[in-house]
Structures are given as structure tokens and as C-alpha cells.
Design a protein around this ligand. Structure first.
Ligand code: 26Q
Length: 814
């Protein structure tokens, strides 16, 4: 950017006056924040227009990324980084007598997602813009994103998140592109003169979709793509009838229902809720997006559909937007008037589906009854897709094997008939990908083996990645600066160049500089910890961090049990040899997930007891940071020494926090699961600490019949720790308050083999302790981790999608 400090400062002041409507003397930090955003937007909006014009003129093929979640976090620092204005903005803000970091804290996180899947979408739109690919993200403009988490007396309490209550500086409303979306009603069968059948859907309701555009600034700021989020409103047009019939009040009630659709993000992560409103959310945003895609196509091609599949590819972020497949069929067959087979072949060349989970409870199914009520025409279309698939394809490959037919059918027969969205997504897509090598292999071998037999070329892998702009350059500026002092400064767009740091891993000066930065980041995190929890931690202690949604398969309970074991060792032997350790957690539990909330409570109760026990002389501290979110992750990740990635092998599709932590120099303690395997490959086995059963061993143990009691009686320490849950040691006066955790691990069968992996996990930590004692050995490992994480940048993921699936050309925007 060739803009100087003085003119940027002038721009901020101008916007303080004319955009925010205040002046320097009475402006709050929030007002200043708004003024700075407006000054940035002056540069951003111009590029949005230029990008869209270029894409239109060159009539580019584009990817349309459909996702129910975009976990964007904050924008200001990121947009400044990407537009190349960080230094100038910081100086300008300082000259105005303001604290830059403090002002950035004014921005609420845009938390329109739960966790991994939503944050992945955010990293992907960053990379798409950075690499100059024509792309648009489509999602829902939720009024309330993921809930805010308070911890009260150790328990999670949810409060609504209001990220845009008083307006949001980054979004632009586009009323000129409103769409109308039908719902409910019935389908009429008609025949034309030639006897050809025509289906007419008479909807019971029409909802309006209002688009809000959020500019996505690529690094280097040539391309600025948009994220288009749909807000639901009542359709005034439709309500005239009700008004005229004197139904003013009824009309108002309908308005409220319409506006409920985009009211709130479902807070479930990896479990299906099966709720009507969720299905309506999915259809609402898919229908708006498909209409928008067609509107844009028609601007260039009018009613000539012959280029549609050349111009459009649609990526489904999990099965959540799978309803887009029958919706496009409906438009092409019922509205455009194409033959079924022509329309179907178009769909099968347009959609691609990413699977993010193998957990059975996360695979979406909708009852046929619900579908028929909400989307009667789509149900018919799904039946048609299904019967053609079973008759033309399955019978060819599997003759009269009814069992396979039952398994591959989109409709699950049974007590209540269900629509399987996974099968629909596979059948309707030309590519299906998993998100890490092992996961993609399991998608083929365990989840969809028969589909893989039918279409062996359909299944592929694209290993996840994270954007190094947010997850290194912007969140860890000191480390970024150190790196730039030693290697080419374009590493944020060529992350493989970090490899040139490998030789420095042995250099004592570089080791010292690297670890000094880690220490400074830990000092900063220690301040955050003190502010948020009032716990004091020593920045010289080993910071061991587990940050991710709370879920039994991710096994925060394993971490907790091990912490209790360390505590017990210290109580039994005050001279027990271990480095000072701080265990830090960040995790939200789905509000209806009882055991996950019990685990949060247990972590907090154990933390209270340990942190106030003077006998162990601060050798051990436990911290649960409330309200884990993107902006908190940006403070925690640069300060981590150890990264906990301890899911049961085969359960975590990929993980992406594992990549962010390793990139920032944390040592992974992890199982052979998801992307941990590839992280270990890149860093080398000596630079990660792997423990536990692998996928084959898990399968073998489960086949043989897993009995958690064997491990309980077979391990004295494990037994003692589990028995501790039944006492009142951590919950004075309330024995048994934590017993549910013990019960889940013994009486309810320990579904995620926590006890089976305990000893191996404990050994892994003893190894960590040893490594940490030797500062130089540790520094070398940490540096090698940073140096070898180049693979896990989301630019590489996006290039993989482009080459394997999307077949896009990049497009220079001048
Ligand atoms: C489904 C039905 C109804 C309501 C909610 C849902 C729902 C919502 C979110 C189901 C699943 C999710 C989120 C899943 C998710 O985040 N999966 C993670 O995706 C990451 C990116 O690929 C992976 O790295 C993680 O391993 C995976 O768990």
C-alpha cells in the first residue's frame, strides 16, 4: 500500500466526523474502532467492485462454497495484515494517542460457526482471495452466533451472542439482490397438451432472503471476494392477502416466524438435532444461493444453459447444504423445463461434497414426514433420484442384493422413514473428499465402501489447512518478525519456505530468540489468565494447552485424569520430579450435551482444589479459560509449549487446531488420528510425542470386546484417580458430584477407550517432562515444528481442491 501515516490518520479523523458522527474529544474506543474500520473500508470497497467487474468481464468459472457456518472471528487486524497496512495503521493510531491493541478488543468476534468446520470455511475464503480465485462463500446471516460461555460456580452458562446489535462495520446490505423462497404447501400434478407431466408446487409460505455481503480481503489485496450471508424476512408481498382479510395480527405472527429462520446458529457440533427449523435454515440459504448463482449466470448467458456446468461448481461443506442438490433439480426441471436426465447430468457435474465426520450421531437424517410437510416437491425429487439410482446403478453393480440396496438407498426404511443426507450427497456429487489422509481412507473403507465400488474415482482426499496470515503473521507478530529476519519475507504466501529455518534449529542464538518470544507470549497469556480467572501462573512453567469443542471423543477427560494423577503423585511425594506445569483448557459444550458439561465442571473443580493447595507449591496449575473463541485462540496459540491432540484414533477427521499450535512452535502430544499423522510425518517422529492405540488396534480391541474394568483393576494409579471422583475431595461437602464421569468410563462402557489409552498417555507426558528439562533440546523441537508445518497452510488445501475438484483458473485483478 502506498499510503502514508499522515493520510491514513486524516482518513480516520474524517470518518470519526462524517461516518461515526463524533469528534476526537468525546470519542469512545468503540467510536475510534468504527472510524478505523471505515478508513480501511474506503480501500476495501473499491477493490470489491473492481474484483466483481473483472470476474464479470472475463466471465470466469467460480467456486460457490456453501456452508451453514463461517467462523470468521475479528476482521480489523486481519484486513490490515492482508491489505499491507498494519505498520501504517499502528503508527497512525499511536499518533492519535490511542492504544491499538485495546481498540482491536472493541471488535466482537463474528462467531457464525461452532468449531473446526466453520473455521475451515473462514480459512478457505481467505486463501481463495489470496490466490486470486473467483469464489463466493454463501451462508446464513445469523442474528446470534455461537453462544457466549460464562462459567458460574464452575458450570457453563450460555448467554446469547449479539455480534451486530449496534451494527457491524464490515457488512453491506444488498436489497437489490433479495430472493423469495417458498416453503410448505402441496404439489399439483398437471399434464400439458402433449401429455407431458408437469409438477406445480403451491407453497404455503414465501420468505424473503436479504443478502449481506462481507468483503474477504486476500493477502496482497488484489482480489477482494465476498461472503454473502442471507437474512430471512417476512415477505410483504405475500402478506397482502392476510392484511386485506383483516388479519393484521396473524400477519405479524407470520413475520416473527419468518424472521426466526436466521435468528440463531444451532450450537451442536458433531450431533444431529433433527429439528424442523434447522431443515428450514438449510433450505432457505441453499435456495437463496442457487437463485443468486443462476441470476449471475443469466446476466452473462441469458437463457443459454449450455455453459452452466463450465461456469459453476458448488462445494457442499458437509451434508448441511445437501438440499441444494434437489433444489437445483427442481429449478432445472420444473422451472427451466429441462429433461430429467439432462438436469441430473448437470447436477452431477456441479456439486462436490466434503465429509467432516465419521461419527454416526453426526450423520444427518430427516424424517420423510417432516420433509413432506416442509418441502413436498423436494421429497418427490429425492424419491425420483433414488429410484433411478437403485434401478440403473445399484442393480448393475450388485444384482439383486437387497441388503446393499437397503444400505445405499437415500431412504432409510424402518419404524420412521428417514432421508439420509450423506447418501444423497454422494449420489449427487462428482467428487467426495475427506479432510485428512486417514480420514479419507476411512470414508472409503468404513463409511461408503459400496459407493466406492460403484464410483472408485469419486472419492479423494484434501488435507485441511489453516491460513498463516491469521494464524502466524497476525496472531504472533514477534515470531513472524523473527522469521522474516531470517528467510524471504513472502513466507505468508509460500509457507513451504519455513523449511529454510530447519538449519537454524541447532543455532543457539536462534534457539534463544525463538524461546524468548515464546516466553513473551506466555507472559501476555498469563495476564489474560489473571484477568479472566484471577489465577496466577508462572510464565516459566510449561504451558500445556487443549483448545477445542468439548466432546467425549476428543477426550478432555483423559487430560483431566492425568492431571489428577500428577496431583496425586505430588501429594504422595513432594519431591516428585517434574517441571512446573500449567494445564490450560478452552472449550464450549453443546448446551444439551450433559456429560460434556459435567466434564467442564469437573475441570473447574479440580482446578480450584489444585490451584489453592499450598502443599504442591505451585508446581501444578490448572486453568479453564471461559468463552473460548477465535480471538481467544489467537492469544493462546502463540503461548503454547504443548498441544494436546488426544482424540481416540479414527474419530477426529482432521483437526486444525493441531496445525495452528504446531505452526507456532508447540510440541504435539497426540494420537495417530486425523492430521496428527501427517503432522508427525512432516515434523519427524522425534519432534512429536505420539501415544495410544492406532486405528487398527482400536478396531481389534473393540472386536475382541473392550472392558474398561480390566484397566481399572489393572492400574493402581488409574483406579485411585477414578475413585477420587466419588469423594468430596474436589467438591467439599458434596461427595459424588463428579461421579458421572467415573460412571461414563466404567458403567457406561467408555465408548472412546479413555482407560485403554491412559498408561500410554501418562508415559508420553513423562517423556515431555524429560524433553522440557533440556532447554536446547526443547527449543530445537519447537523450531523444527514451526519450520516443517508448511504443508498445513490453507493455500495448499485450496490448490488441491482446484486441481482435484474445482478446475478453476486464477484471475488477476488489477
Ligand atoms: C448437524 C445437524 C444438526 C445440527 C448441527 C449439526 C452439525 C454442526 C456442526 C454437525 C457437525 C458440525 C461440525 C463439525 C465439525 O466441525 N467437524 C470438524 O471439521 C473439521 C474441519 O474439517 C475437522 O478438522 C474436525 O476433525 C471435525 O471434527
Amino acid at each position: 500500500m502506498n499510503l502514508d501515516v499522515a493520510s491514513f490518520k486524516q482518513s480516520i479523523i474524517k470518518h470519526l466526523h462524517v461516518t461515526v458522527g463524533t469528534d476526537e474529544n468525546k470519542a469512545s474506543d468503540k467510536a475510534w474502532w468504527n472510524a478505523i474500520c471505515a478508513a480501511v473500508n474506503e480501500l476495501v470497497y473499491e477493490r470489491v467492485t473492481r474484483t466483481q467487474k473483472t470476474h464479470f468481464q472475463k466471465d470466469t468459472r467460480a467456486v460457490h462454497y456453501l456452508s451453514l457456518e463461517f467462523l470468521m472471528g475479528r476482521f480489523l487486524k486481519n484486513n490490515l495484515t492482508n491489505i499491507g497496512l498494519t505498520d501504517i495503521a499502528q503508527k497512525a493510531v499511536a499518533e492519535l494517542g490511542l492504544d491499538f491493541n485495546q481498540i482491536c478488543e472493541e471488535e466482537p468476534d463474528m462467531a457464525l460457526g461452532n468449531g473446526g468446520l466453520g473455521r475451515l470455511a473462514a480459512c478457505f475464503v481467505d486463501s481463495l482471495a489470496t490466490l486470486d480465485y473467483p469464489a463466493i462463500g454463501y451462508g446464513i446471516h445469523y442474528e446470534h452466533g455461537l453462544f457466549t460461555q460464562d462459567i458460574q460456580h464452575g458450570r457453563q452458562v450460555e448467554r446469547p451472542d449479539s455480534w451486530r446489535e449496534y451494527g457491524n462495520a464490515w457488512e453491506i446490505c444488498r436489497p437489490e439482490s433479495i430472493q423469495e423462497i417458498p416453503l410448505y404447501g402441496y404439489v399439483e400434478t398437471q399434464y400439458d397438451e402433449s401429455g407431458k407431466i408437469h409438477k406445480e408446487w403451491h407453497p404455503g409460505r414465501i420468505i424473503k432472503g436479504v443478502p449481506w455481503d462481507i468483503p474477504v480481503v486476500g493477502y496482497g489485496a488484489n482480489t477482494v471476494n465476498i461472503l454473502r450471508l442471507w437474512e430471512s424476512r417476512a415477505s410483504d408481498f405475500f402478506n397482502w392477502d392476510v392484511f386485506n382479510a383483516g388479519g393484521y395480527l396473524d400477519a405479524q405472527v407470520e413475520n416473527v416466524q419468518a424472521e426466526t429462520i436466521s435468528k440463531v446458529l444451532y450450537p451442536n457440533d458433531n450431533t444431529d438435532a433433527g429439528k424442523e427449523l434447522r431443515l428450514i435454515q438449510q433450505y432457505f440459504f441453499c435456495a437463496c444461493s442457487i437463485k443468486d448463482i443462476i441470476r449471475r449466470y443469466k446476466r452473462a448467458h441469458e437463457n443459454d444453459w449450455s455453459h452452466f456446468v463450465d461456469q459453476v461448481v458448488i462445494q457442499l461443506n458437509d451434508t448441511h447444504p445437501a438440499i441444494a442438490i434437489p433444489e437445483l433439480m427442481r429449478i432445472l426441471v420444473d422451472r427451466v423445463g429441462l429433461d430429467w436426465s439432462e438436469a441430473w447430468s448437470m447436477c452431477q457435474n456441479i456439486f462436490a461434497y466434503t465429509n467432516h465426520t465419521l461419527l454416526p450421531e453426526a450423520l444427518e437424517k430427516w424424517s420423510v414426514r417432516l420433509f413432506e410437510k416442509v418441502l413436498p416437491r423436494h421429497l418427490e425429487i429425492i424419491y425420483e433420484i433414488n429410484s433411478r439410482f437403485l434401478e440403473d446403478i445399484v442393480s448393475q453393480h450388485f444384482a439383486d442384493n437387497d441388503e446393499v440396496k437397503r444400505k445405499l438407498s437415500i431412504i432409510e426404511e424402518g419404524h420412521e422413514k428417514m432421508v439420509r443426507m450423506g447418501n444423497l450427497s454422494v449420489i449427487g456429487s462428482f467428487k467426495v473428499n475427506g479432510v485428512a489422509q486417514i480420514h479419507s481412507k476411512l470414508v472409503k473403507s468404513d463409511l461408503f465402501p459400496e459407493f466406492d465400488q460403484i464410483w472408485p474415482d469419486k472419492f479423494t482426499n484434501v488435507t485441511n489447512g489453516v491460513t498463516p496470515r491469521r494464524w502466524l503473521k497476525s496472531c504472533n507478530p514477534k515470531l513472524a518478525k523473527l522469521i522474516s529476519a531470517h528467510i524471504d519475507a513472502d513466507w505468508p504466501v509460500h509457507l513451504d519456505k519455513l523449511k529454510s529455518l530447519v538449519p537454524l534449529a541447532d543455532d543457539p542464538q536462534f534457539q534463544q530468540d525463538f524461546m524468548q518470544i515464546k516466553l513473551e507470549n506466555k507472559v501476555e497469556l498469563a495476564h489474560v489468565i489473571k484477568t479472566l480467572t484471577d489465577v496466577e501462573v508462572d510464565p516459566n512453567a510449561l504451558f500445556d494447552i487443549q483448545i477445542k469443542r468439548l466432546h467425549e471423543y476428543k477426550r478432555q477427560q483423559l487430560n483431566l485424569i492425568h492431571i489428577m494423577a500428577l496431583y496425586r503423585r505430588l501429594l504422595q511425594n513432594p519431591d516428585y520430579d517434574m517441571p512446573k506445569r500449567v494445564f490450560i483448557f478452552g472449550a464450549k459444550a453443546a448446551p444439551g450435551y450433559y456429560l460434556a458439561k459435567e466434564i467442564i465442571y469437573a475441570i473447574n473443580k479440580v482446578a480450584d482444589r489444585i490451584n489453592t493447595d499450598e502443599r504442591i507449591k505451585d508446581k501444578l496449575k490448572v486453568v479453564f479459560l471461559p468463552n473460548y473463541r477465535v480471538s481467544l485462540a489467537e492469544k493462546m496459540i502463540p503461548a503454547a509449549d504443548v498441544s494436546e491432540q488426544i482424540s481416540l484414533a479414527g474419530k477426529e477427521a482432521s483437526g486444525t487446531g493441531n496445525m495452528k499450535l504446531a505452526l507456532n512452535g508447540a510440541i504435539t502430544v497426540g494420537t495417530l488420528d486425523g492430521a496428527n499423522i501427517e503432522i508427525a510425518e512432516e515434523a519427524g517422529e522425534d519432534n512429536v510425542v505420539i501415544f495410544g492405540l492406532d486405528v487398527d488396534e482400536v478396531k481389534a480391541l473393540q472386536a475382541q470386546g473392550y472392558n474398561p474394568w480390566d484397566y481399572y483393576y489393572g492400574n493402581e494409579e488409574l483406579k485411585a484417580v477414578l475413585d477420587w471422583f466419588d469423594t468430596d475431595y474436589f467438591t467439599p461437602g458434596k461427595p459424588g458430584e463428579l461421579s458421572e464421569i467415573k460412571r461414563s468410563l466404567l458403567d457406561y462402557g467408555d465408548s472412546y477407550l479413555t482407560l485403554a489409552d491412559y498408561q500410554s498417555y501418562s508415559d508420553a507426558h513423562q517423556k515431555v517432562d524429560k524433553l522440557y528439562q533440556d532447554k536446547s533440546v526443547w527449543a530445537k523441537m519447537a523450531i523444527i515444528n514451526t519450520a516443517t508445518m508448511g504443508k498445513f497452510n490453507s493455500d495448499r488445501s485450496i490448490r488441491d481442491y482446484v486441481n482435484k475438484i474445482w478446475k478453476l483458473d486464477d484471475c488477476n485483478v488489477k
